[in-house]
Design a binder for this molecule. Structure first.
Ligand SMILES: C=C1C[C@]23C[C@H]1CC[C@H]2[C@]1(C)CCC[C@@](C)(C(=O)O)[C@H]1[C@@H]3C(=O)O
Ligand code: AKG
Ligand code: FE2
Length: 378
């Protein structure tokens, strides 16, 4: 490398990117003016391995059959889901019943939030150990391998009938004038709940367990809802929006815009997950792997950044109620098939990923090891 380039790569952060306490600030306008992105945003070359030409061949599931299909169509959909979940845990669903206008309004709300002045977003910023609120590059949590993204996160409880939990959160975090956007996301979260429960039913059928088992299990669950903005980056070959990881939660329901960037790791290749405006991308998280007694997989994935276009996506992470035991249905274990993982509760895994472990491809293994070592040190 040209030595002057090396000096620039390692030059100190400009003062606009440092706050009064010496912490880092993700200001996309300042970052985009720099000739080289700060080294804090660099990822190791092993995580930046090139994207394959081939796309992920995930099945497209007509989830509409769960609302108005016959048993034969449901069985066919369940078989496609089963094959995908045994291989990698990714599929896309169409005919999902979520109003396309609601999705459009949700993207408008998302853009509005990320276009707010940084000072306003900072008022709603989250604090270490908490997931809710605004975050730029997760600087409150990490100091290297920073993800090139901004997020806005809140929680939605499936059993809260108040119809205004999201509106109240938006008003308290961003101000009274966010009532309307809050209402849009109130409707969006409700739609995600319906969709997630339908998928839970299909997953149960695919595993041959009581059809209502997972649906009932998640009725009092919660969503960690997250809006993502991935600003363009001239040096997109050096950084990532999300590094390689599996999701620790149970199920992820993602809507991505047309830009693309999500990739799944399969057969030693990084395969793009094609954006489809009419579909939701569904991927199993580690906790569903535990709930299926290891029959199904959670797949490692990452997010690449685009050179020219800002990318937006909306993720709904589905969790079981924080204090509910994570244990597979009894028909999935027995003498021939022992339990693959011990019991745990979601709040423990969540705290572990927030405070002790940066998510990667071995979240469950690290979590159980941590539990064992903290027990033996007491
Ligand atoms: C428990 C969680 C940790 C993360 C948010 C929820 C669900 C998924 C996790 C995450 C999104 C996976 C990618 C990496 C991560 C650090 C992120 O970049 O956002 C993860 C989340 C987090 O800790 O904020
Ligand atoms: O935005 C995306 O495409 C995926 C984000 C993701 O993997 C995550 O937030 O866990
Ligand atoms: Fe993810």
């Amino acid at each position: 490398m040209d030595p002057s380039a090396a000096t620039l790569l390692h030059s100190p952060l400009p003062k606009e990117l440092i706050d009064e306490k010496g912490g880092m600030i993700f200001d996309k306008h300042v970052l985009q003016q720099l000739e080289h992105i700060p080294k804090e945003y660099h990822w190791p070359s092993s995580d930046l391995v090139e994207t394959s030409q081939e796309e992920l061949n995930e099945p497209l599931i007509d989830i509409g059959v769960m609302m108005n299909g016959d048993e034969v169509s449901i069985a066919k959909a369940a078989e496609l889901v089963r094959d995908a979940c045994m291989k990698h845990g990714f599929f896309q669903v169409i005919n999902h019943g979520v109003d396309q206008n609601l999705i459009t309004e949700a993207y408008e709300g998302t853009k509005h939030i990320f276009n707010l002045p940084l000072s306003m977003k900072m008022v709603a910023r989250n604090v270490r150990g908490e997931l809710e609120g605004y975050s730029g590059a997760h600087v409150e949590k990490f100091s290297s391998k920073l993800p090139w993204k901004e997020t806005f996160t809140w929680r939605y409880h499936h059993d809260d009938e108040s119809e205004s939990q999201v509106v109240e959160y938006f008003k308290s975090a961003l101000g009274e004038e966010f009532q309307h956007i809050g209402l849009v996301f109130e409707r969006y979260c409700k739609a995600m709940k319906e969709l997630c429960l339908m998928i839970m039913e299909l997953l149960a059928i695919s595993l041959g367990v009581d059809r209502l088992h997972y649906r009932n299990y998640f009725l009092d669950g919660e969503q960690t809802m997250r809006l993502n903005s991935y600003p363009p980056c001239k040096e997109n070959h050096l950084t990532l929006g999300n590094g390689p990881h599996t999701d620790p939660i149970s199920l992820t329901l993602l809507h991505q815009d047309h830009v693309g960037g999500l990739e799944a790791f399969l057969d030693n290749k990084w395969l793009p997950v094609r954006p489809r405006p009419d579909a939701f991308v569904i991927n199993l998280g580690d906790t569903f792997v535990a709930l299926s007694n290891g029959r199904y997989k959670s797949c490692m994935h990452r997010t690449r950044i685009n050179k020219e276009n800002e990318r937006f996506s909306m993720t709904c992470f589905v969790n079981s109620r924080v204090d509910k035991i994570v244990r597979p249905p009894e028909t999935l274990f027995g003498e021939d098939e022992p339990r693959k993982y011990p019991d745990y509760v979601w709040s423990d895994l969540e705290n572990f990923t927030q405070l002790h472990h940066r998510v990667d491809a071995a979240n469950l293994e690290s979590f159980f090891q941590w539990i064992r070592s903290s027990k033996s040190s007491n």
